[in-house]
Ligand binder design. Structure first.
Ligand code: 5IU
Length: 250
């Protein structure tokens, strides 16, 4: 079994500037945790970012679910990212030809290029779809088979569907996936981020399946765990546990 290199040792092997910055940051901050900030208002997003900022290497956002997105939000979010030293990953999952993806990345209401460090694209249209976005863009690939099933239950993808993803991964170096067969040991220049993590294995009512941090990092040799509701709802667990004292059954 090949020795696992430290994140910092892998920074020189990263495929682009975003990957290098991320690996250095992880080593220095001793964090391989990303939080999926799936909230629906700017206020909640900023509050969450400031609260979890000291713990995380990456904040994963979906700004198109915000009911009140504004440029002001992105300025404030960047300031929080600088304050706590984490990177912003807009999980946009682009899925069109290169010319269209460039326009969506740079323009529209969100202007993702202006404030995010990392974003991603599905590999359905082929790896060329993100080539127009430039080398330093911090583009991550989302594996083709994730479109079919994300981390949810469903059909197992055929191996041929993985090819486009593999090529893009070679060029862009950061990879968001739940179930692809690659692991860091095979190429330490690539960064694997894995969503679908909670403290105990299980799932939600809509097909999401959860693994534990140890299962993802140790057993499956991934690099970063992405935790959403498991952390966002920490307040619920906290108050529920606290209030439960009152219902003690002596
Ligand atoms: N996400 C998945 N599974 C995947 C991919 C992305 O859950 O295969 I690709 C996203 C969806 C959500 C976050 O933003 O990761 C997981 O959130 P929860 O921990 O709340 O399930």
């Amino acid at each position: 079994k090949p020795k696992r290199l430290a994140y910092g040792e892998r920074a020189v092997l990263a495929q682009n500037a975003a990957g290098k910055k991320l690996l250095d940051l992880m080593e220095q901050k001793k964090s391989n945790l990303s939080v999926a900030a799936d909230v629906t208002t700017s206020e909640e997003l900023l509050k969450l970012a400031d609260a979890v900022g000291p713990e995380i290497c990456v904040l994963k956002t979906h700004v198109d679910v915000l009911s009140d997105f504004s440029e002001e939000l992105t300025v404030k979010l960047r300031a929080i990212a600088e304050k706590h030293d984490f990177m912003i990953f807009e999980d946009r999952k682009f899925a069109d030809i290169s010319n269209t993806v460039s326009m969506q990345y740079e323009g529209g209401p969100f202007k993702i290029v202006d404030w995010s460090d990392i974003t991603n694209a599905h590999m359905v249209p082929g790896p060329g779809s993100i080539d127009g976005t430039g080398e330093g863009a911090g583009f991550a690939a989302t594996c083709r088979d994730e479109l079919q099933r994300n981390s949810s239950t469903g059909r197992v993808p055929s191996s041929s569907r993985k090819n486009g993803c593999g090529q893009s991964r070679l060029r862009h170096g950061i990879h968001l996936h739940k179930s692809c067969a690659w692991a860091q040991a095979a190429n330490p220049g690539f960064i694997h981020m894995t969503p679908g993590v909670q403290t105990s294995a299980g799932g939600d009512d809509l097909g999401q399946q959860y693994s534990t941090p140890e299962n993802v990092i140790a057993d499956r040799q991934r690099d970063i765990i992405i935790v959403g509701r498991g952390i966002m709802h920490a307040g619920w667990y906290r108050s529920n546990a606290w209030e439960s004292q009152k219902n003690s059954k002596p």
